[in-house]
Structure formats: C-alpha cells, structure tokens
Design a protein around this ligand. Sequence first.
Ligand code: DAH
Length: 357
Amino acid sequence: MENPLLPSEVIEASAAFPGQVAACTDLDALLRLKGAFVGREGSHAARLMELLKTAPKEQKRDLGAAINALKNQWEEALKSRQGELEEARKRRTSLASAWDPDLPPPLPAHGALHPLNRLMNRLVEVFRPLGYHVEEGPEVETEGNNFDGLNIPEDHPARSSSDTFYFAQHPELLLRCHTSPVQVRGLKRLAPQIEAKGGIRFLAPGRVYRKDEVDPTHSPMFHQVEGLLVGRGIGMHHLKGTLAYAMKALFGEGADVRFRPSYFPFVEPGCEVDVRCPLCGGGGCRVCKGSGWVELLGAGLVHPNVLAYAGIDPSVWSGFAFGMGVERIAMMVSQTPDLRLFFENDQRFLNEMGGLY
Ligand code: DAH
C-alpha cells in the first residue's frame, strides 16, 4: 500500500481505517464510515478515481492497481464488520424475546394490511372519484413494454444490466424498473374502446426493481404508483389541476403543487412535481430541508411516440402521465428516517404505523 503515487492523506486515512472499523458499534456508524471511504460521491475512493482519470498515461496502470487493492481491502473490512454487527443484533433481539414462563400468554395479534399497501390503496381511493380504475401489469416485463414502448432510446443508461435486472436465460425479459410499462399495456388493451369511452384513465400501483445497494434510502425493490389519462385536447392545465386536487385530498387543504421542468423520454414536456411540505406547511423544516417543498412525482404530457406505439393516433388524442414513489411518501409522512424499517416487518414498527394514513 506504500505506493508513492497515492496521496499521503489517503495513506494516513487508510492506516487509521481498521481502528475506525473496529470502533463502529452499530450498523449506522458503519454505514457512515462506508460512505466516507467507498461512497459514490466525496469519498476517498471517489477522489482516487478522479486522480486516476487525470494521472499521466504511464502511471495509470500502477496507480489503478494500487487503488483497486486499497478499495478491496476497505470493502472486505467493512463487509466482515457488517456481518459481525448483524450477528450481534440478531443475538440481542433473540435474547430480548426469550420465553418467560411467568408471563401471561401474549394476546393473539390481529392481521392488518402493510402500511405501504394501505398508502397505495389510499392513493387509488383519491383518484377513484375522478374515474380512474386500477390496471395491473406483471413484475417480469419485456424490454418492449419497459423501454421501447416508452420511447426510451437504445443507449439509455437504465437499459444497462448494471441498473436493471435481466434474466440470464431470457435476455428479452427483465424485472420492471418502473410502473410506466403498465402505461403501454393499458393503452394497448384499451385502445379499441377509446372512441366509445371518450378516453382512457387509470392508475397502476405496484412493485418495481432496480440494482441499488440497500441503504437508508435505497432498496432493490420498492413501490410506485403510475397514473395515466388520455383524451381529446388534454394539456398541462389538466395535469396541474388533477395533481393539485390529489395532493389536497392526500395531505389536506393546505397542500399545493409546484412544477419544475424536467426530462423523461416518455413525456413531452416533462416535469418534476413538488408538494408544499405537509409537515411544516411550507415554513421550512428538516423533512423539506428548509425549502418548504418536497419532490414527489415525475410527470408530463404523454409523448406522441408512446401513443402511436400502442396504436392510438396522437393527432387526435393526447394525455398526461405521472409516477410517484410510495416509500418516499410513506417516509415523509411518517418521518421514518430508514427505508429498511418498511421491509423488516418488525411488529413494533408496523403497529406504530397503524394510524398514519
Ligand atoms: N417512470 C419514472 C421513474 O421511475 C417516473 C415517471 C416520470 C413516471 C414521469 C411518469 C412520468 O409517468 O410522466 O423515474
């Protein structure tokens, strides 16, 4: 590790690293240390990669090897400490729930819907009075529905196998990385009736999958709710009114929406939608990081290529679409700082979530 090409502060940090790893007595502390050494941005590893980029050609090989060796060493130490801490946590919880023959028997627990399912149901209920029904799509999707039908170009990074799960035996299939492919399915299914019904509108709640490492704000599986409306002469004003109504129904009369231009291949124009922070009412708090607004949705006017792909004439019909992350809303409303709590199914957490939405 004494490679003279490595900056001295990295060598020093690396020397102190084993002691710091050993001093982490809980998983959160370890995660913070992990972020500082191998995190995507601002970490020692990230800075070393920057250094490698600008290094003279003849040094790249040696420097690259030294960086890799260091990173591997760090990652192994983190992984082994993580294993120890997880074991210790398991031991603690099994001790805490050890059987005590003197206690009265526990009352049988009533079953209940999971808080994320309750929130999705709630979202569906908010849109039902506007005439939206629920469309479903499979979690194993085709590239056609997940990407092509949504006007997502061949070279889009989301198509790469480092972002999306593919099946080794069936390269044309994948685990959908968003609920937007249900737009394609729903549009195709309902296209023959569009004239008779005067349009199409539905919601599509469900699970989606992405190759993300588990941390307090990421999970390789999470939930989204997609919404789609197609009609004659539909424009941004319809999108705006619909979302303003929905956010008021969800968060109360004080809720308001704000639109910022953004880009998604399947809408034009596209936007991101913020809601006035339901926790502080816009005054500024920890949840909205003082700005008074929280980002909740991606949305826009359905791209003509999406309509055409599904067999709907974009010169007659237009529409809007939106998609939101369910965990994100749940975490914000309940002020839960760690996404993993929603998947660990600890009864105490689920009970606490009982009355929230
Ligand atoms: N599919 C997008 C995502 O997962 C979210 C999204 C953005 C959905 C814009 C939409 C939309 O329907 O119009 O990031």
